[in-house]
Design a protein around this ligand. Sequence first.
Ligand SMILES: *Cc1c(COP(=O)(O)O)cnc(C)c1O
Length: 436
Amino acid sequence: MASNKTKRFLLSENDIPTQWYNIQAEMPNKPIPAVNPQTKEPLKAEDLYPVFCEECSRQEFDQQNKWIPIPEAVREQYKCYRSTPLVRAYGLEKALGTPAHIYFKNESVSPVGSHKLNSALAQAYYCKQEGVTNMTTETGAGQWGTALSYAAQAFGIEAAVYQVKISYEQKPYRRSLMQTFGAQVTPSPSMSTRAGKDILTKEPNNQGSLGTAISEAIELARMTPHCKYVLGSVLSHVTLHQTVIGLEAEKQMEMAGEYPDVVIACFGGGSNFGGISFPFLRHNLSGERHTRFIAAEPAACPKLTKGEFRLDYGDVAGYTPLLPMYTLGHDFMPANIHAGGLRYHGAGTIVSQLLKDGLIEAVDITQPDSFAAGVLFARTEGIVPAPESCHAIAATINEANRCKETGEEKVILFNLSGHGLIDMTAYDNYLAGNLG
Ligand SMILES: *Cc1c(COP(=O)(O)O)cnc(C)c1O
């Protein structure tokens, strides 16, 4: 039993989980199937094979197997940074004067600075197993592209990343990171695809968008032998891989002798939120526990709090299947907030169903509130959080302040999805008073 002043709870390498948790097998209402927009038929795993690797396609639709083995080679790679620490935020608690116990799972310690590597490594491994030689993807701010570049290198696969042109120019360090890990990075729109050419012919100065970059990456995957497309959020298999976060946290909370009353994560497409939440949510589903789960999204892109539950496309151009999700509409253009990873118009299908069924909650956070929370966290816990993660911290502070009013000693766990050391321009803007 640990003393109650322990700061960080660490697991040994042997305690890195050997299985991911597939919540689809236990949901009271399964996600309704995605639909092929041409045939209107429900989508099957085979429909994804031309673009995604087969194992990930199967995992996407697996509603039977509760536990999915983590391949040994992926666990070996996880050892480079896992387990990640569970940290008691004594400094933040003190600054808030709250009776709440605040813990955070520190995913920022991964070599790429975010949780995204947990799925990138799995996807690269399965691609390698299936004889894939090239992977392609899109990236906005560059977090996912960086994770994929690292993972491709780890498994000996070539990576081609289409980076939204404006980010390519404004965030040179994430581009350098991707190139350092050996990826080929192309600003999108580019002349290397039809989708890109079409846009540049009409509009030579187009600054790019995630929707266009997705179209370019999918086109490259379709046109190139042994090349697969990979995605860093939204899809169910991505969230499955992220459950390693919550499974570790469950063991670490046990070391701390506590169990969370509230679990909080920021929300882009849902992978880090699902990753930390689902392993705890399974004890709600079985009736043993009554934890609350809060997804914190930006007020500028409020799909969970203000969106509509319906079938919608995953991309701007409408190339993807129709997915049942909370959405602001696939042509929704969010303001250019600094939390680039939270600007997606829709939510993953599992999280959408859970929200519809009242099993999770959502809140929205304004940009100034998110940075105020991030700065307080940096000053009290010593870690500069990613602009995305700041939303989880702001929601945590709101809960902790409520505990101060009621005197409740609640246990709050949040996911620190990444650090902000490559996002200091955003902090500069905040500190200069330019965020309104
Ligand atoms: C991409 C990203 C997110 C948002 O993606 P989810 O799939 O919702 O987790 C959050 N935080 C960081 C640091 C990211 O890189």
